[in-house]
Design a protein around this ligand. Structure first.
Ligand SMILES: Nc1ncnc2c1ncn2[C@@H]1O[C@H](COP(=O)(O)OP(=O)(O)OP(=O)(O)O)[C@@H](O)[C@H]1O
Length: 264
């Protein structure tokens, strides 16, 4: 077995995941470079969440290996090398919204004053400053998801693992948070692995879109996305650019006939 490579943030090698008689993933290998933004897309049940959970060490692969930041997935979890925002927000009901966002900072031993300032800043970013003192159950599903996103970002992790983080949000909030995520990523050099069902979201955010096929889940195609206007244009320029439309077309086609590696 080859050692994990130095510059890879995530290295999944020959992973098969079985649940009883169900093979959720079959021989999946994926390397994500440090600073890369990769999305997983594919039909329901193709194993996207399973792959994310393996990287997060919430599952141990039946076969194969997973390395994160040059360590085993277990060691990376223990070192809290990544932030997680999953479909179920997973907030702690006995803590206020603010104290939920502070949690990863507490675990990293950050002092109370700095913790509070950072959590307040992030609640501002996700547009929830005014509900900082509420309990999670007093918030709508979309608001809870935004708290989970703020919490995932709190400790400025080198790696963000996100499972449909924008799923329950209205279109305007979704686009605003997508842009916020891109600017945080540009600022901090964060590596992101994100699961989505949205072709346009995948094309808009990613350096690479990994298209998965169902039963058993495999990587069917990898689409490189290059949107030159990301560097110089506004979000609207990017969303209306021919390169963006070309990328969404290639991803859509790969989803329909997933059997090749493609580039727009
Ligand atoms: N803990 C588990 N126990 C048994 N089967 C599981 C478990 N987790 C996932 N599966 C099965 O593995 C397969 C892949 O599930 P997974 O949730 O990874 O798919 P997905 O692509 O994320 O789906 P969706 O897009 O609907 O969220 C499915 O057949 C699912 O039923």
């Amino acid at each position: 077995m080859s050692p994990p490579s130095a510059k890879a943030m995530v290295e999944v090698s020959g992973v098969t995941q079985r649940f009883g008689t169900t093979t959720a993933l079959s021989d999946v290998s994926l390397t994500i470079a440090s600073g890369e933004f990769v999305t997983l897309i594919g039909p329901s049940g193709c194993g996207k969440s399973t792959l994310l959970r393996l990287v997060a060490d919430l599952l141990t692969p039946t076969e194969g290996t997973v390395h994160v930041a040059g360590k085993t997935a277990r060691a990376a979890r223990e070192a809290q090398d990544y932030g997680i925002a999953f479909q179920q927000a997973g907030l702690l009901e006995w803590r206020t919204v603010l104290r939920n966002v502070e949690l990863p900072l507490e675990l990293h031993g950050v002092g109370a004053r700095e913790r509070r300032a950072r959590a307040e800043e992030l609640l501002e970013v996700v547009g929830l400053a005014d509900v900082a003192d509420k309990r999670p159950s007093q918030l709508s599903g979309g608001m809870q998801q935004r708290v989970a996103i703020a919490r995932a970002l709190a400790a400025k992790p080198a790696l963000l693992l996100m499972d449909e983080p924008f799923g329950a949000l209205d279109e305007m909030t979704r686009e605003r948070l997508q842009d916020e995520l891109l600017s945080i990523r540009a600022r901090e050099g964060t590596t992101v692995l994100l699961v989505t069902h949205s072709v346009s979201e995948a094309a808009y955010l990613s350096d690479r879109v990994v298209v998965m096929s169902p039963r058993p889940g495999r990587i069917a195609a990898v689409v490189d996305v290059d949107l030159p206007l990301r560097a110089t244009g506004t979000p609207t320029d990017v969303r209306e650019s021919p390169e963006f439309f070309a990328a969404t077309t290639v991803v859509r086609e790969a989803l329909r006939a997933p059997a090749r590696v493609a580039s727009p």
